[in-house]
Each structure stands twice: as structure tokens, then as C-alpha cells.
Design a protein around this ligand. Structure first.
Ligand code: MN
Length: 138
């Protein structure tokens, strides 16, 4: 079933993110913002429906998130979750386990920039449970 995605930023929403759906709880959409692979800095806009979030994961090269619309959360393992809104920037160090996603009552979009893309690999872990999510966003 098609979900109507509201316009929450000036960036494109792209297509439903089916390739990574196995690593998400809830739906997401992915829009590549750049095309020239020779530049080798993958930049994507990721949009989450309310309550949607990705699994616990880490990036061997690290990652930078730039929130561009709606409201979401970012949490590192063992730390308090941080609420993020348009204009907020999250710098994620290599190999730090974390998740990111929407607030329960809001759509959310962030631009994701892959750091150290020549060598980066994503390590996908277990889903963020409903209990972990509820604790993070309360
Ligand atoms: Mn990440």
C-alpha cells in the first residue's frame, strides 16, 4: 500500500527504501542527492514515517547526519537519546553503535553523509525494541 509522504523539507523524498527495509522498523524513503560517483561522497536524504527507526548499527568509517525536517531521535548504545530537529547535526564516530529515526508523532528527514567512504562498511545489528524506543523518546 502506498503511503503519502508529507513535504517536511526542501529536499527530495525519493523512493521507498525497500533495499534496507530489513534493517528498519517501520517505513523509510531514500533520495540520493548526488550522482557523480567520482566525487565519492555518498549523500542521501532519508525520510522516516512516525515511529520508524533503523536497527542498532555502526559504520566503520563513521557518519554525519544533518536533520532537515520534522523531529527525530539519535541514540548511542548506553547513552541517553538526543532529540534532533531541522538544522541539527550529528557526528557519529567510527564503530559507535547507534540508531536514528523519527519521533513517535512526527515524520523526520535527515541527510546522511558517509564518512571515509573508500573503506566504510555498515554493521547491522538487532532492531531497536518497542521498549527501548519508548524509553528513548519519553
Ligand atoms: Mn547510522
Amino acid at each position: 500500500m502506498e503511503t503519502a509522504v508529507p513535504k517536511i523539507s526542501d529536499f527530495p523524498t525519493g523512493e521507498e527504501n525497500t533495499a534496507y527495509a530489513q534493517y528498519f522498523s517501520g517505513k523509510s524513503w531514500l533520495a540520493p542527492l548526488t550522482a557523480n560517483k567520482d566525487l565519492n561522497v555518498p549523500i542521501n536524504n532519508v525520510t522516516f514515517e512516525p515511529g520508524s527507526r533503523n536497527n542498532w548499527h555502526s559504520h566503520t568509517g563513521g557518519q554525519i547526519l544533518i536533520a532537515v525536517g520534522g523531529a527525530g531521535y539519535y541514540q548511542e548504545r548506553g547513552k541517553k537519546a538526543r532529540r534532533i530537529e531541522s538544522g541539527d547535526i550529528v557526528e557519529i564516530a567510527p564503530n559507535v553503535e547507534h540508531w536514528h529515526g523519527a519521533a513517535p508523532d512526527s515524520w523526520f528527514s535527515h541527510i546522511a553523509i558517509t564518512a571515509n567512504p573508500q573503506t566504510n562498511e555498515n554493521q547491522w545489528l538487532e532492531p531497536v525494541s518497542d521498549e527501548q524506543y519508548a524509553e528513548a523518546v519519553k
